[in-house]
Design a protein around this ligand. Structure first.
Ligand code: MG
Length: 393
């Protein structure tokens, strides 16, 4: 009797990955000053990675996302999947997890997201459909730039004014990133002012992005969040958003739910933090947590515990994941402010947008339809903005 063929090898070579193109590119962000402060007339810049994966039979999957520092890791991940079956995403996840075991695996997400796009392109189904999702839109929160002198968010009143503006556009949730100068007085002022002006009409969140210096300061702002009825309190102080013990103590002392995990990478670490009672809401990001594959594993872990998972940052992959996650609340429309700084890369040739003003009147953004991630890219524009180009073949 003939020996059974290995189940890891596809019957045809058509679906094997033959080439992966990685481009690091940079684009200007107008209306944003140093430190991510909302600042009319200022110009900053941001880098992202564009990935294009091609199989032997010429099918293509693509994704734009990730972080500038992750290009070398993304190239390592590309080498790990070259020559493998494009549908074998779990095997790719396993290989990459081992290969990058000494690192944070931040380069894995862009490769996995492009593989999901490729699968959807080949099968004529959207990623949301492949995941079993049925939501056609996701409820968004306006997530602000940081506060600072001379900017559009210079005072507690400016935050509340901007929240009112967002409410009028349709948003029913609002997150403030505060001053990030280590002080807490203006943050407390803004928390209380937001509670007074839009509390009860909008779900409110605070994210200091780990800027408060001490546990005592984190506690003081947390108590203001309690007073103002905040929906969550995120990464408050300079433990890096990592200390399960510190946040368990904080959770014992305040009523507002804590959201931690933006700086905790991947399924096992997020599970460890959550089971140590370090957070109320679970965090995941397809760019940071090994892609759509990793994000859905974290979402299902949270589901098993009866908790909600909140995805960090906006993007097509995030919307498709949310379409298939029951236990989630809001889509993060970051970073936004009165000066209309453009956080998101200008790379789409379709109607896809994560701009503040493109919210639907009901406060939602659509889950893209069409095969894969349901978006198309301007590769000429990406080529013009490219600062580093790596091809693995
Ligand atoms: Mg955050």
């Amino acid at each position: 009797m003939a020996e059974a063929a290995s189940r890891d090898v596809p019957e045809s070579k058509a679906t094997l990955i033959k080439r992966i193109d990685l481009r690091l590119f940079s684009y200007p962000m107008t209306g944003v000053g140093p430190g991510g402060i909302d600042m009319p007339g200022a110009t900053g810049s941001r880098a992202r990675i564009a990935v294009r994966i091609e199989t032997v039979d010429g099918a293509v999957g693509a994704y734009v996302g990730g972080q500038a520092n992750s290009l070398a890791q993304a190239a390592t991940c590309a080498k790990a999947v070259l020559g493998t079956d494009c549908f074998a995403r779990e095997k790719a996840y396993e290989n990459i997890r081992r290969q990058l075991r000494k690192e944070d695996r931040m380069g894995a997400g862009v490769i996995d997201c492009a593989l999901w796009d490729l699968a959807g392109q080949r099968l004529g189904a959207s990623v949301a459909q492949l995941l079993g999702g049925s939501k056609r839109s996701v409820k968004a929160y306006a997530s602000t730039w940081f506060g600072g002198d001379g900017g559009g968010l210079a005072t507690p009143e400016a935050y509340a004014d901007f929240a009112e503006e967002c409410y009028a556009m349709g948003y029913r949730a609002f997150k403030m990133h505060g001053w990030s100068d280590g002080g807490i007085d203006k943050d407390i002022g803004a928390v209380l002012e937001l509670g007074k002006r839009v509390g009860g009409r909008m779900a409110l969140m605070h994210d200091s992005a780990c800027s408060f210096t001490t546990f005592a300061d984190a506690l003081a702002v947390g108590r203001a969040c309690d007073e103002a009825g905040f929906f969550w309190y995120e990464d408050p102080y300079s433990d890096g958003g990592l200390s399960a013990h510190g946040h368990r103590r904080l959770r014992e002392l305040i009523k507002t739910p804590i959201l931690l995990g933006e700086h905790v990478r991947g399924l096992e670490s997020m599970a460890t933090l959550t089971l140590a009672d370090g957070t109320d809401f679970v965090r995941a990001d397809p760019d940071f947590d090994m892609g759509i594959t990793g994000t859905m594993k974290i979402a299902h872990f949270a589901e098993a515990l009866g908790l909600d998972v909140e995805l960090h940052a906006p993007g097509p992959a995030h919307r498709h994941c949310m379409a298939a996650i029951r236990n989630t609340n809001f889509y993060e429309l970051s970073m936004v402010g009165p000066s209309r700084g453009n956080f998101n890369a200008p790379v789409y040739t379709c109607s896809y947008s994560d701009a503040l003003d493109d919210v639907s009147p009901d406060g939602t953004f659509p889950v893209p339809e069409g095969p894969g991630l349901g978006v198309s890219y301007d590769w000429d524009a990406i080529a013009e903005m490219t600062t580093q180009h790596v091809t693995i073949q």
